[in-house]
Design a protein around this ligand. Structure first.
Ligand code: G3P
Ligand code: CA
Length: 687
């Protein structure tokens, strides 16, 4: 049975829209059906009714409105894509999206000319011309409830394929005796010609009524066809609002990028990786599978077990001070896992994360586990482009406007964030998109991350993978990325045996030799210091090495008069604004050096900006303001915070899910404006 998407995937998306057509292309459909009408000024537009009332926020006849007027209207809100509203698409817009899909996947188009109520003179000629323009002749079938229109299309171009639309099969046959079309398109519940195959060899494509096949956003149940029965009745094709019910997603072969670690297995009770004998291999990183994906096992020497982790996140992980083992926010699902050693293919019913354990099944294996691509093949739907939810779109607009409003020619603009604590299935993807999008609009001078890119509890290779994802996203902005090392970045947390040395950290995170450094902005006469504020080998772990304080002193001494200095670190410099220790190693010494410099003629420290506290604070008890930046990770635990600091409420799937700043340092160095994206508020600090 051939399955057609009727007005696109119109059960899940507004009918006859680009999003409903895009969704249809993701499935193994035969084709897409859609309807065309003509605007007052003669533009072919894709809309079913002669009036705009049912599907848009407007009223009136399509034929009475110009394209401009039609384009003012918005389709009903589309909750699935996050797009607020789409407009009525023109035929050309639709074909620009669908033409490559037709060519690549062989998707056919059934264009229904809606010209039985309003005749739309000249519509046929216009339509044929547009199809030629796109070179889509071999993919299109034309149909209409108006037999004269079908006849005219054939007269104009005898080689086109046509279909007769009518309310019953009998009627289709009658019309076809005169018109000689290429297919019959009857109503599914009026198949009133017994033994139809005695009468015609033409394809018979059936359609349904709205009451049995609802359209988005109606959520009433949809009639499910018995395809076998229909086939026995001689039906060849079905138009349906929900092709998802009948055909699978299109799958594409992807390279499995899994790395198997020897001597590991997954604990069946809790889903955590644990040690095993050398012949057991496990993927420690979580692979993501879209619903419908298929894992094809190739190896005869090895079998695999699959462990499934759902996309659900336990609330306690988000909203409390809790480090999840293995830095993972996906829920382990024991019931959905297949712990038996298998060599069968596995199809993923729902989108999820998974890990594999591989073990030998026979004695005839060669030495060493072959690479992933020799063991298995992976087939997955094409990844959908990230769609920014509306609450972030609005925040992006607002933040960009605020920055553009206050920004003067010589101002410096930094994207500033801290404590991302990347977790699998966390919210980094949203943050990364938001930062990239805003950077595109404001063109920052740099992106500054104040440390703790991950929790630092994993084997080094995995920590580097996760931290690498954070760094990679930030580098995508095209701006220089400056990082201050955070305590977790040393991979020391919870007695992690795979700690990173200072040199290793500097190389990996900073691409520098030393963990502290400075960057100059000569035009603004600003020197920016990025400091290192933690050492797990020290008794007082939070603080600054002596050599670093000396380096700060000599760096300041070498800073030209009339320049200003701005300082960043992960940990704050003073114990009174730090919850986790009563002492900050060499903190006072560092402050003394900075304050002495600040007191000097023609010298200014604009401020000291840090992360680590997962709280907001502007501390003004010292010679210059010390500003704490809240936690980028979605987390809102309120305890264990320095006195006087503030922690904002956060909630997933709202704008407060994200938190970072655009820091605008005014060219005259009188002011630092922290323009907040997400939870919290803008802060202006006078210097
Ligand atoms: O072309 C098949 C079908 O779409 C005809 O009915 O009202 O859904 O356009 P309708
Ligand atoms: Ca139609």
């Amino acid at each position: 049975m051939e399955i057609w998407a009727h007005r696109g995937c119109s059960y899940r998306y507004p009918e006859n829209t680009i999003s409903s057509f895009r969704a249809a292309c993701e499935y193994e459909i035969t084709g897409i059906e859609f309807d065309v009408q003509l605007s007052r000024d003669g533009e072919l537009v894709v809309i079913h009714d002669e009036k705009v009332d049912r599907t848009t926020n407007g009223t009136g006849n399509v034929c009475d409105m110009t394209l401009d007027e039609l384009k003012q209207l918005r389709m009903i809100p589309n909750k699935n894509t996050g797009l607020l509203y789409e407009t009525i698409p023109t035929l050309r817009e639709v074909l620009s999206v669908l033409a490559p899909e037709c060519r690549e996947k062989g998707i056919l188009l059934n264009i229904e000319l809606k010209n039985s109520v309003v005749r739309y003179e000249g519509m046929e000629q216009k339509l044929l011309a547009v199809i030629h323009e796109f070179g889509l002749e071999r993919f299109v079938i034309y149909s209409s409830f108006n037999p004269e229109s079908v006849r005219l299309l054939k007269q104009l171009e005898p080689e086109v394929k046509t279909g007769i639309l009518a309310a019953s099969l009998k009627h289709c046959l009658e019309i076809n005796r005169e018109i000689e079309a290429d297919a019959l398109h009857p109503y599914i519940h009026q198949l009133d010609v017994p033994d139809i195959r005695q009468h015609t060899v033409l394809p018979i494509r059936v359609w349904n009524l709205r009451k049995n096949e609802p359209f988005f956003p109606e959520e009433s149940a949809i009639e499910k066809y018995n395809l076998e029965e229909l086939e026995q009745e001689g039906i060849t094709d079905v138009f349906t609002n929900c092709p998802e019910n009948y055909v699978k997603k299109r799958l594409y072969r992807t390279e499995p990028d899994m790395i198997f670690t020897a001597g590991k297995r997954i604990n069946e009770e809790n889903g955590f990786a644990e040690s095993a004998d050398a012949e057991s291999f496990a993927t420690l990183l979580f692979s993501k599978a879209e619903a419908g994906s298929r894992l094809h096992w190739k190896s005869t020497e090895y079998g695999y077990q699959i462990y499934i982790y759902t996309l659900e996140t336990e609330e306690r992980l988000i909203y409390t001070y809790c480090y999840q083992e293995e830095e993972n926010w996906a829920s382990y699902s024991r019931e959905k896992s297949v712990p038996a050693l298998s060599r069968e293919d596995y199809t993923f019913g729902e989108s999820c994360y998974f890990r594999l354990v591989v073990q030998p099944v026979g004695d005839n294996r060669r030495g060493g586990l072959p690479g992933a691509s020799e063991l298995l093949e992976f087939f997955a739907p094409r990844e959908r482009a990230y769609v920014s939810p509306s609450y972030f779109q609005a925040e992006l607009m607002l933040t960009a406007e605020t920055v553009k409003d206050i920004r003067k020619a010589d101002d410096l603009v930094f994207i500033l964030l801290s404590d991302s604590h990347y977790v699998n299935n966390g919210t980094w993807e949203d943050t990364a998109y938001n930062i990239l999008e805003l950077s595109g609009q404001v063109g920052p001078d740099a992106v500054i991350h104040l440390g703790d890119l991950t929790d630092g509890m994993l084997p080094i290779a995995l920590t580097k993978e996760y931290a690498g994802r954070v760094l990679h996203s930030l580098k995508q902005t095209g701006a220089p990325v400056y990082v201050c090392l955070g305590n977790h970045d040393s991979n020391y947390f919870r007695n992690n045996p795979e700690k990173m040395t200072e040199t290793e950290m500097s190389g990996f995170y900073l691409e520098r030799e030393k963990p502290y450094y400075y960057v100059d902005y000569p035009r603004q006469k600003l020197r920016v210091l990025f400091l290192y504020s933690f050492d797990y080998r020290e008794k007082v772990r939070y603080g600054f090495p002596k050599e670093e304080v000396e380096w700060v002193e000599s760096t300041l001494a070498q800073t030209e008069d009339g320049w200003s200095v701005l300082v960043f670190s992960h940990v704050p410099p003073l114990p009174e604004i730090h919850y986790w220790s009563d002492e900050i190693r060499n903190g006072e010494e560092l402050m003394r050096v900075l304050e002495a410099y600040h007191a000097g003629e023609g010298h200014t420290v604009l401020g000291y900006i840090h992360g680590h506290n997962h709280a907001e604070q502007i501390y003004t008890e010292r010679a210059f303001p010390i500003v704490s930046v809240g936690c980028n990770k979605l987390e809102d635990f309120k305890d264990k915070k320095p006195e006087g600091s503030l922690t904002f409420d956060r909630k997933r799937h709202t704008v407060t899910q994200d938190l970072w700043d655009v820091l605008v340092v005014s060219g005259d160095k009188q002011r630092m404006s922290f323009i907040r994206f997400g939870a919290g508020e803008d802060r202006i600090v006078e210097c």
